[in-house]
Every structure is written in structure tokens, then in C-alpha cells.
Write a new protein. Structure first.
Length: 180
């Protein structure tokens, strides 16, 4: 059993190394290299939820929305109550530049579930709920949730705070947000 334990430990260490390197590539906005590393993690462990979510986010950043949706959906098959996967699905369904992938009703459904699972305390999920309502043409609700999200500006990733404020202005003008 010692040999098996050592082998399992080696696989785990490799997974962690690939995940960390993939995260570093994301920080450098080199999403192709990040996707390759997250894929290596999944080759070692096809049930690694964190790697699926990370790869889905990288796919989304590269504009490969169908692949991002597939990874988020795979997470829900493995763990049906993953708020990160639900929010990821909601974000793409609400903001995708490809009209055929947008679905405001589904976006609201996914975002509400993510918010409920986190007791409406995760500001990025509130931001996602707002964007979903905006996609569905419910701008009053979009404004309400965006204002609530912005009550905790320190909880937003630094790069996202100004974008969140701009989204509020869009909703107040009766316009949905689209990812460029």
C-alpha cells in the first residue's frame, strides 16, 4: 500500500502543479496555455471540478463559449449544486456575443440558484443575477441587484469593479451588457 500511496501522492502533486501553472497563465491572460494545463489536470483526474471551472472560464475568455458551457455543464453532472458552475452558465447565457447562446430565462434560473446557495452574499453572483435580469429585459431588477452587488466594492476583483459600475449605468439606460 505504501507504493500505491506514493503513486497517488505523485499524481496529486502533478495535478496541483498543473492547476497552479494554469492559474498563473490565466493571470498573464495566456488562456491557451492555461487551457492546456487545466486539460492536463483533467487527464489525471477527470472528476476535478476546480479544473473544469478554471478551464471553462479560460475557454470563455478565448471566446470558445460552447466549450465553456460544456465544461460548466460537466461540473453540474459531477456536483449539481456548484454555485461557480451555475454562475458561469448564467454569465454566458446572459452576456455572450453570440445571440444563439444567450437565454435570459435560463440565465436567471442559474444565477438565482447560485445566489441562493451562497445566501446572496457573493457579490460576483449578485452581479451575474443583475446581468441575467438585464438580458431578460427586467431592468428594474437588474438595477436593484447591481446596486446591491456594488455595496461591497472591495469584494469585486479589482479589474471588474469599474466594469460592474458601467453595467449599472447600462441597466439604468435599459440596455443589457454584452461581453466584447
Amino acid at each position: 500500500t505504501r507504493v500505491r500511496s506514493s503513486a497517488a501522492s505523485d499524481v496529486y502533486k502533478r495535478q496541483e502543479a498543473y492547476q497552479a501553472r494554469g492559474d498563473a497563465w490565466v493571470d498573464k491572460e495566456d488562456y491557451g496555455k492555461a487551457i492546456a494545463d487545466f486539460s492536463r489536470v483533467l487527464k489525471l483526474n477527470p472528476r476535478d471540478i476546480r479544473a473544469y471551472i478554471s478551464r471553462a472560464e479560460a475557454f470563455s475568455e478565448k471566446g470558445k463559449y460552447e466549450k465553456a458551457l460544456a465544461d460548466f455543464e460537466q461540473v453540474l453532472k459531477l456536483q449539481d449544486s456548484s454555485p461557480d458552475a451555475l454562475a458561469g452558465l448564467a454569465w454566458i447565457r446572459a452576456t455572450c456575443p453570440k445571440a444563439d447562446l444567450r437565454d435570459g430565462k435560463k440565465a436567471i434560473e442559474y444565477a438565482e440558484k447560485a445566489c441562493k446557495l451562497t445566501d446572496y452574499k457573493e457579490v460576483t453572483f449578485l452581479d451575474t443575477l443583475a446581468v441575467a435580469y438585464a438580458e431578460n429585459g427586467e431592468f428594474e431588477k437588474a438595477v436593484k441587484w447591481q446596486k446591491q452587488a456594488l455595496q461591497a466594492p472591495d469584494d469585486f476583483p479589482k479589474k471588474e469593479l469599474e466594469k460592474a459600475r458601467l453595467r449599472l449605468k447600462l441597466y439604468m439606460d435599459g440596455k443589457p451588457y454584452r461581453k466584447e
